[in-house]
Design a protein around this ligand. Structure first.
Ligand code: CA
Length: 229
């Protein structure tokens, strides 16, 4: 069975590190962020099967991060950890989209069981979890190499796929032609080469042309940006 990837966002280093060690012993791949903002960055930089989220965090709090994750990938399982055991806090947690809740201090075994249950649920529903990248209604599956926009399946060549992956990973940031050539082609094209513009056009024809909302934008003189909400 493939390794499940868990993101832990928890500012108490001791708790975060203990959880990481415990989960790794049970075969999970674990990334840890001690800060909400860094958690958000890690979430978008890698793909995860489940997120364990503290509520009181520096940067952005667990409620906000949970909402961001929900908007990005609705089926992503999220377990919230908190020292706050009051009913109102639980309701707020569920309102922000948490699937489950653990009040500190808790037994590691309890978390383990909750993780197993949630992962089993997402798998039995055949929800699109795993190696996914998403920007609005555009979804790339890095395992199967499938690309979808809304209900449409899109066929890309290898280079188009790599270019789109690079743009999605850098969503809402302008990437220069030099960034693209080094990262996608592994070479630095000379500035007269129009290879990248040609490939951007190929991509646009496939992922943007027939859709009202355009995702790939040109920033004149600077490069390109994949714009997603
Ligand atoms: Ca905390």
């Amino acid at each position: 069975m493939e390794e499940k990837r868990v993101l832990i966002v928890e500012d108490e280093h001791k708790i975060a590190d203990t959880l990481k060690t415990g989960l790794m012993e049970h075969g999970y791949h674990v990334e840890v962020a001690y800060d909400g903002k860094i958690g958000e960055r890690l979430y978008f930089a890698h793909s995860f099967n489940l997120v364990v989220l503290d509520i009181n965090l520096p940067g952005i709090n667990g409620y906000e991060l949970c909402r961001i994750i929900r908007n990005h990938n609705a089926p992503m399982p999220v377990i919230m950890l908190t020292a706050l055991g009051r009913l109102n806090d639980k309701i707020k947690g569920y309102d922000s989209g948490a699937d489950d809740y653990l009040v500190k201090p808790f037994e590691f075994q309890e978390l383990l069981v909750k993780i197993r249950v949630l992962l089993k649920r997402t798998m039995s529903q055949h929800l699109p979890v795993g190696n996914l990248l998403q920007a609005d209604d555009l979804i790339m599956n890095l395992d199967t190499k499938e690309v979808r926009r809304g209900d449409d399946s899109i066929t890309l060549t290898v280079k188009e796929f790599q270019l789109l992956e690079f743009l999605i990973r850098n969503r809402n940031r302008v990437v220069s032609r030099a960034d693209i050539s080094v990262n996608v082609w592994d070479i630095d094209f000379d500035t007269n080469s129009n290879v990248i513009d040609v490939y951007i056009n190929y991509l646009r024809n496939k992922v943007d042309k027939k859709y009202e909302k355009k995702l790939i934008l040109t920033q004149t003189g600077m490069g390109y940006m994949l714009k997603a909400a």
